[in-house]
Design a protein around this ligand. Structure first.
Ligand SMILES: Nc1nc2c(c(=O)[nH]1)N[C@H]1C(S)=C(S)[C@@H](COP(=O)(O)O)O[C@H]1N2
Ligand SMILES: [Mo]
Length: 200
């Protein structure tokens, strides 16, 4: 399964989809972060020294369109970060944008001095005390706009909308370059990545 020099696909709100290898990520200004997290299923606390560029710098390098928006528009964007095993986590734009947050959210190119070129980068979310968002072996980062949709709120009973959102969460989809509207909940929609696997 392991590929030589796997690349991360960045797609969604970009001028065009871009792929970056760990070696290319290493060309960006690197930050060093020591982070500790626990895992419910493993129990013990983990502490690691991560090194890599800020996710925000990576997205700018890849030409994200979000950065051209006002702060009020930027904060309406969501990100999915997906690993090779399809484990994925959400971030909101305000978590990664220095205009909103001082969090050093990284795409690590090494962990405890071990390079991640062959496995792919790992998401580092300092302040998260649960390890679940430290997605490793990242294959895909998607960025999209969440929209309020009053018409959908009026048309869909709240309970049905909540069921839809839960069903989406229970059945993760592999991102593609096709974005469609997904129901998040009563009246809220987000452009979601759906469709067949891209980039392995
Ligand atoms: N791709 C991927 N990354 C992942 C996970 C996963 O299942 N797949 N598990 C997360 C969880 S729940 C934890 S606690 C941390 C650390 O898990 P590890 O000890 O198995 O590395 O990795 C996170 N990153
Ligand atoms: Mo975990």
């Amino acid at each position: 399964m392991s590929r030589t020099a796997p690349a991360v696909l960045l797609h969604g709100a970009f001028d065009q989809p871009t792929e970056l290898t760990v070696a290319q990520l290493r060309e960006l200004p690197a930050q060093q972060v020591s982070a500790s997290f626990n895992c419910r299923s493993r129990g013990a606390m983990q502490q690691h020294n991560f090194e890599g560029p800020r996710l925000w710098d990576v997205l700018r390098t890849a030409g994200t369109q979000v950065d051209r928006g006002t702060r009020k528009v930027r904060l309406r964007h969501l990100l999915t970060v997906t690993g090779a095993d399809d484990h994925f986590a959400l971030l909101s734009w305000a978590e990664i944008d220095p205009d909103f947050s001082g969090r050093q959210i990284l795409l690590a190119t090494s962990v405890d001095g071990v390079p991640l070129d062959e496995t792919g980068p790992q998401l580092v979310v300092p302040g998260d005390t649960c390890g679940a968002r430290y997605v490793s072996g990242i294959t895909t980062v998607w960025v999209g706009l969440a929209r309020l949709d009053p018409a959908a709120a009026a048309a869909v009973p709240a309970a049905a909308a909540a069921d839809t959102a839960l069903a989406e969460a229970a059945q993760p989809r592999v991102p593609s370059t096709t974005d469609v509207n997904c129901l998040l909940g009563p009246g809220a929609r987000v452009l979601c990545p759906v469709g067949p696997a891209v980039g392995g």
